[in-house]
Design a protein around this ligand. Structure first.
Ligand code: HEC
Length: 128
């Protein structure tokens, strides 16, 4: 094989693997990622928290809630549990009922992120 052919082979392989990884991320996007496509069962720490951290925590952290988040905290499990149990968490993210629509001032989250939170609530809001 000539050096040129080997160089071409290596380049083609590099391009192929780059595309492969992009694709894998797209197909198996995780909760909280922009293209979340995976709605399998998730725990609070692996499923719900990354979503809240990406879309909600700027306004609803322990530090920011008073000034930006209507004093509603969504950082610690105990605080999230209260909003999950009283229906306002799911109501606000699914834009249903008379709840304020969240994330405030931004478009609704994609269905996958909403389903992950909904399943977790239906499982009994476990601290897992
Ligand atoms: C830009 C700041 C901001 C972001 C981002 C944001 N919120 Fe809010 N949120 C607020 C404010 C302010 C209120 C108080 C009510 C109002 O002004 O609408 C609120 C209220 C709420 C309420 C109470 C709603 C009700 O009607 O009782 C919940 C639950 C809530 N937010 C959850 C979330 C969730 C979950 C996210 C992320 C998906 C999120 N928020 C993102 C600012 C924000």
């Amino acid at each position: 094989m000539s050096k040129l052919k080997i160089a071409f082979g290596i380049t083609a392989f590099a391009i192929f693997t780059a595309c492969y990884y992009d694709n894998e991320e797209y197909l198996y996007g995780k909760p909280g990622s922009g293209n979340c496509a995976d709605t399998t069962e998730y725990t609070f720490s692996v499923g719900v928290k990354p979503i809240l951290e990406k879309y909600c925590i700027t306004c609803h952290s322990n530090a920011s809630a008073a000034s930006m988040g209507g004093s509603i905290k969504l950082q610690d499990y105990a605080d999230v549990k209260i909003k999950a149990a009283n229906g306002s968490l799911l109501g606000s993210i699914s834009h249903s009922g008379s709840y304020s629509q969240m994330p405030k001032g931004r478009e609704k989250m994609n269905d996958c992120n909403i389903i992950v939170i909904k399943k977790w609530i239906n499982e009994g809001i476990p601290n897992n």
